[in-house]
Design a protein around this ligand. Structure first.
Ligand SMILES: C[S@@+](CC[C@H](N)C(=O)[O-])C[C@H]1O[C@@H](n2cnc3c(N)ncnc32)[C@H](O)[C@@H]1O
Length: 185
């Protein structure tokens, strides 16, 4: 099924600093990222989470940032350069049929999929790619906006993650979001 992809100009709304009052990236992500972490920000948009991921991962870490829309990646690169963390960011533009992260197999410690899964055409295929990229013991935090995604649909998303080999290891509280921490089963 073809899903609605958020228009690229919404990217500017999503990086509005006021969003940090509701969803502070550092607070949300610090349990999962430490210096040296290899992280993946899938559907990164203009990098609302990516910049703090890069700060938490430090100069020894790296954050692979993947998005479908070149405008999102272009703005992410600009913002990361201004923030002085571009050396730890690896920007990638993907196609509709997958993230194109086969080269990362077993290398990623932590993956984030924030406000993304309701936009991907095949959630199970998406989670399979993430699963393959994670090292054993790696984790994926997935969160979906409560306004757009009913609870029932989020449970379907988690079922798709289950079919891809994940189990739910936690349900972190994130404002205005359904959220789950997924671990490789
Ligand atoms: C609602 S935005 C969320 C952006 C960011 N994660 C955040 O929370 O600010 C969804 C993003 O996912 C991207 N996207 C949609 N479908 C995608 C796909 N199949 N593969 C990769 N990125 C995708 C969109 O271009 C958009 O930047």
């Amino acid at each position: 099924m073809e899903e609605h992809v958020c228009p690229w100009w919404i990217g500017y709304v999503l990086v509005n600093p006021l969003r940090r009052i509701m969803q502070n990236p550092r607070k949300i992500l610090s349990p999962y990222i430490e210096p040296g972490t290899v992280a993946l920000d899938a559907g990164c948009g203009m990098g609302f989470f990516s910049l703090d991921m890069a700060r938490l991962a430090g100069p020894e870490g790296r954050v692979v940032c993947v998005d479908l829309q070149p405008q999102m990646i272009k703005a992410l690169v600009r913002r990361a350069t201004r923030a002085g963390v571009i050396d730890r960011i690896e920007p990638r533009i993907c196609g509709k049929d997958g993230l194109g992260i086969g080269d990362l197999e077993g290398k990623v410690d932590f993956a984030l999929a924030f406000a993304l899964v309701h936009e991907v055409p095949d959630a199970a295929a998406f989670f399979k790619e993430i699963h393959a990229a994670l090292r054993p013991g790696g984790a994926c935090l997935t969160a979906e906006p409560k306004g757009h995604v009913p609870g029932r649909r989020f449970e379907e998303t988690l079922a798709a993650a289950g079919r891809a080999g994940f189990e739910v290891a936690g349900r972190p509280e994130i404002r205005r979001s359904h959220a789950a921490l997924l671990k490789r089963a």
